[in-house]
Design a protein. Structure first.
Length: 300
């Protein structure tokens, strides 16, 4: 029997954990029915298609994080302004459903007015991390398409900044003049480390350094693995320079894809900064579990 559903609804994916009241994962399901492919009236059918057979006859709480709460999503869950604790069930948006078995709660994102910034989904991962590390004081970095750096103190998100480093890498490696030079998925750790150092020491030269990757491929037969690692290193190096006020002298925890987190850990390690790496899926689930625990308290 399903006691509740934990749902991570991103732009391109839908992930559902089938949960017991004690927090045990009974099953996990996923589909490509992300927010970006759905109209507003398509969310409930997409959820039922994936997990409807697991519902009982009574109401099943469904705790949702991510892009389902965006303006283009299932129902807008308005942002909570910093400084704030990662918003929980008390700030969630309750969504009316056609199926009486569903009791859907969408967690809100977090906003910052100056400089203007937003996050949606990452705050739940931060909540999960803080539920396991209640005395943490430092910085959480969440590498991804849009990498977040969040300053955490006394259980609150004090401030954060977003860098489009992952999206820039995708565009440059797939759609720019560099796409042939960096083709493949290989990697050269030494080239990456050197490029991070170059990107940090000369961020103003980023655009020129990027084109030199193409030129070296044409003139000096630069290997695709080296080229790909250099592209990543230059972009991450420029990001680290801009994000220095966040990470310098801080305790940094990384939440994200394992391969990407390793790149950030290597880049920060080269600056003499030890980091803590975590499992992104677990942090998401722990954040959703914390929200469910709060919901249980309000209904008992």
């Amino acid at each position: 029997m399903t006691d509740w559903l934990a749902v991570d609804w991103g732009t391109s994916h839908l992930r559902v954990w089938v949960m017991s009241r004690t927090g045990t994962v009974k099953a996990r399901r996923a589909s490509d029915a992300g927010m970006g492919s759905l109209s507003r009236d398509g969310f409930e059918p997409a959820l039922l298609d994936l997990a409807g057979d697991l519902l009982g006859t009574g109401k099943t709480p469904v705790i949702v994080c991510g892009m389902a709460g965006s303006r283009q999503g299932w129902a807008e869950a308005k942002y909570v302004a910093t400084p704030c604790a990662p918003p929980g069930i008390d700030r969630a948006t309750h969504v009316p459903t056609n199926d009486p078995r569903l009791a859907v709660h969408i967690l809100p994102g977090v906003k910052q007015t100056s400089p203007a910034d937003v996050m949606r989904g990452e705050e739940t991962q931060i909540a999960g991390f803080l539920s396991l590390n209640q005395k943490f004081d430092g910085v959480i970095c969440l590498p991804g398409t849009h990498t977040k750096w969040a300053h955490i103190s006394a259980g609150e998100i004090v401030s954060f900044r977003t860098f489009m480093t992952g999206e820039l890498f995708a565009v440059l490696s797939q759609q720019s003049v560099l796409r042939h030079t960096v083709a493949g998925d290989g990697w050269d750790a030494e080239a990456f480390t050197d490029a991070v150092s170059t990107g940090m020491s000369n961020p103003a030269e980023l655009a020129a350094r990027l084109f030199s990757i193409r030129a070296e491929g044409l003139l000096n037969d630069l290997h695709a693995d080296q080229a790909r690692a250099r592209l990543s290193g230059l972009l991450i190096g420029a990001e680290l320079t801009a994000a220095r006020p966040y990470w310098l002298g801080q305790h940094v925890a990384l939440i994200g894809d394992d391969k990407l987190c390793k790149a950030y850990a290597d880049a920060l390690g080269a600056q003499g900064l030890p980091v803590e790496r975590t499992d992104a899926d677990r942090m998401t689930l722990e954040g959703l579990k914390a929200a469910y625990s709060a919901l249980k308290e309000t209904t008992q």
